[in-house]
Design a protein around this ligand. Structure first.
Ligand code: GDP
Ligand code: CA
Length: 328
């Protein structure tokens, strides 16, 4: 079976680890968010791609959920001793090596998709990881503070300010010009099912959906999403602050409506959110907390079973003759 998944960082990566163990014989293509990317000290940093790569490749700091295990921070301390800014971004020594390789390859003219493939040759994540675009995009957040109304990089809002200043607007700079990376639209076209992990619906999945052609390519596919919101709050992190910025309530119902039908065909919610409904969408309630690899795998199995059922009922439906091409 060919599966396509869109992913941000922690929520995406942990779910994908479950998906790999739930569907070991599948061909999984992951389209990664690059809106969080930032250039610091001349280094090109792709936090979400790296979180997926390290998590699936066995190099992640499990407790923190991002960055490398057994990490040290000597370079960061030395930069601080020179008074170099910013000092709020966590840059570990082992992690820096990844950013050096990436920056050097980009400077030599390789597109980010080729660089990501090269980095994955070391980590062997077990999935094909493609950045959403080779074109540079950056998520910026409009805030008002003592310096007035201004746009800051998403990482400054998220990491330095801990999303404590209200986001008035969240903008993906470069979205209009960004084309999907090579392989993105083809992987979606070839997919038997598409699974949306419980990644941030605004700045992870929402960002990928802004890349030209991606949403349109997904709509005719069988797409099952896993709610990142459980009982009215994000399971981890500050996704509620992002949802507020786009005028969406933090609930499994509101996130489903944000994605909408015809994009979503199946939606997994937590048991306390069992009342969620939307026309054209099959909603199922399951335990949705990823405590460990096994609970993540159980969620992935539920998502896959739902997706397979939905895909099968499409293929045997009254219009099956017109759907044969989708069967894969
Ligand atoms: P980030 O880029 O590191 O912020 O990670 P993602 O965008 O991939 O995922 C963040 C989202 O994952 C947040 O909205 C969380 O609510 C969600 N999340 C994290 N852990 C869990 C979990 O155990 N279960 C569910 N359902 N969602 C989770
Ligand atoms: Ca992220």
């Amino acid at each position: 079976m060919r599966i396509v998944s869109l992913a941000g960082g922690i929520g995406g990566a942990r779910f994908l680890r479950g998906l790999l163990s739930a569907a070991p014989d599948s061909e999984i293509t992951v389209i990664g968010n690059t809106g969080d990317d930032i250039t610091l000290y001349g280094l090109q940093i792709c936090p979400d791609l790296d979180t997926v790569m390290y998590t699936l490749g066995g190099g992640i700091d499990e407790e923190q959920g991002w960055g490398r295990q057994k990490e040290s921070h000597v370079v960061k301390e030395e930069l601080a001793a020179y008074g170099m800014e910013p000092q709020w971004f966590g840059l570990g020594d082992r992690d820096i090596a990844t950013h050096i390789v990436r920056t050097q390859m980009l400077a030599a003219g390789y597109p980010l998709s080729a660089v990501t493939e090269a980095l994955c040759a070391r980590w062997q994540p077990g999935v094909r990881l493609i950045p959403m675009s080779d074109d540079r995009t950056e998520t910026h957040v409009v805030v008002s503070d003592e310096r007035g109304r201004r746009a800051i990089h998403f990482q400054e809002w998220w990491v330095r300010l801990r999303a404590s200043v209200p986001a008035e607007q969240i903008i993906l700079v470069g979205a209009d010009a960004a084309r999907p990376a090579p392989g993105v639209l083809q992987a979606i076209a070839d997919a038997d099912v598409v699974i949306l992990p419980p990644s941030n619906p605004v700045v992870s999945i929402g960002t990928i959906l802004q890349i030209k052609g991606v949403r349109e390519a997904l709509e005719p596919k069988t797409v099952v999403g896993v709610s990142p919101i459980v009982g009215g709050a994000p399971v981890r992190g500050m996704a509620d602050a992002c949802l507020r910025a786009v005028g969406v309530e933090s609930s499994a119902q509101a996130v489903l409506e944000l994605y909408g039908s015809p994009l979503i065909d199946g939606w997994l919610v937590a048991e306390e959110d069992a009342g969620v409904r939307l026309d054209g969408v099959r909603v199922e309630a399951r335990p949705l907390i990823m405590y460990d690899a096994e609970s993540a795998a159980a969620i992935a199995r539920a998502a896959l079973t739902l997706a397979r059922d939905l895909a099968a009922s499409r293929n045997t439906g009254p219009q099956s003759a017109f759907r044969m091409g989708d069967a894969g």
